[in-house]
Design a protein around this ligand. Structure first.
Ligand SMILES: NC(=O)c1ccc[n+]([C@@H]2O[C@H](COP(=O)([O-])OP(=O)(O)OC[C@H]3O[C@@H](n4cnc5c(N)ncnc54)[C@H](OP(=O)(O)O)[C@@H]3O)[C@@H](O)[C@H]2O)c1
Length: 237
């Protein structure tokens, strides 16, 4: 039996992870954290609100796990656009406040989640912490340019994941900490860009999560620190 946590359970991918854990009888307890409220009718689920731009809120979320240890933690939060701005198409679109907001959600929030949640990972059995990142954070794979703040926030997140893996190895050799590239997935985040995606190249959140679950469960300690795609491919930084 395992205990799990999903941070960002109100999002398309986060909610599909939550549903997949609810459907798994091996899961004993599920901690669900999200900014907007969601309704869950399963006695194994403990739901708590979180704002990952607020350090105290993340600390309180971790405290709510109390004496339990976690076997899998999924971080499925992320921001690409909101009502007031979208990703930068050009240098002239770079704006300090928008850049700061993107980094706050995509990079600093996940770094703080690591600070408070890595100590909760099971040390006796293999445990996993998986951050939803993105292939566009790969510098060597950048062919199109644009999306300055989102790309940079995910490159920085990938670096933080690598750092987490190096430091955590010293205190919890069974912990595997990875970034995940979910493919192009139907969600609020991808909605404005879905028209550019070829028919058949867009995953439902459920199909993406089913592939990502297989990837997570196949990883070994040697994969810790890497960004891995839905197809199991390790993506170069
Ligand atoms: N969809 C894709 O094609 C795609 C491709 C590559 C990578 N990704 C990555 O996958 C992850 C999940 O994306 P998605 O497609 O599922 O998007 P989504 O449906 O828009 O979900 C984003 C989630 O982030 C949460 N969030 C944003 N700001 C937050 C904050 N301050 N505190 C707490 N939660 C916050 C949202 O919460 P509320 O809704 O409650 O505000 C929502 O649950 C992201 O990291 C994204 O970069 C997605």
């Amino acid at each position: 039996m395992i205990n799990v946590a999903v941070i960002g359970s109100s999002g398309a991918i986060g909610n599909a992870f939550l549903e997949a854990y609810i459907a798994d009888p091996q899961v004993q307890k599920i901690y669900s954290f999200s900014k907007s409220k969601i309704t869950i009718k399963d006695k194994r689920v403990v739901h708590i609100n979180i704002d990952i731009t607020d350090e105290k809120s993340i600390e309180n979320a971790a405290l709510s796990v109390k004496g339990n240890l976690l076997d899998q933690i999924i971080i499925a939060t992320g921001l690409l656009h909101n009502q007031s701005f979208g990703p930068e198409k050009s240098i002239k679109d770079i704006k300090k406040d928008n850049f700061t907001e993107i980094f706050s959600v995509n990079t600093i929030g996940p770094a703080l989640i690591g600070k408070f949640f890595i100590p909760l990972l099971n040390k006796k059995e293999r445990s996993h912490m998986a951050f939803l990142s993105a292939r566009v954070g790969s510098i060597s794979d950048n062919r199109l340019g644009g999306w300055y703040s989102y790309r940079a926030s995910k490159s920085a997140l990938n670096q933080i994941i690598k750092n987490f893996s190096i430091e955590t190895k010293r205190t919890n050799s069974k912990a595997i900490i990875i970034g995940l590239q979910p493919g192009t997935v139907k969600s609020n985040l991808s909605q404005p860009f879905q028209k550019n995606v070829k028919e058949g190249n867009m995953f439902s959140p459920q199909d993406s999560v089913s592939a990502l679950m297989k990837v997570i469960n196949k990883t070994t300690e040697g994969d810790s620190g890497n960004l891995i795609g839905w197809d199991g491919e390790t993506i170069n930084p």
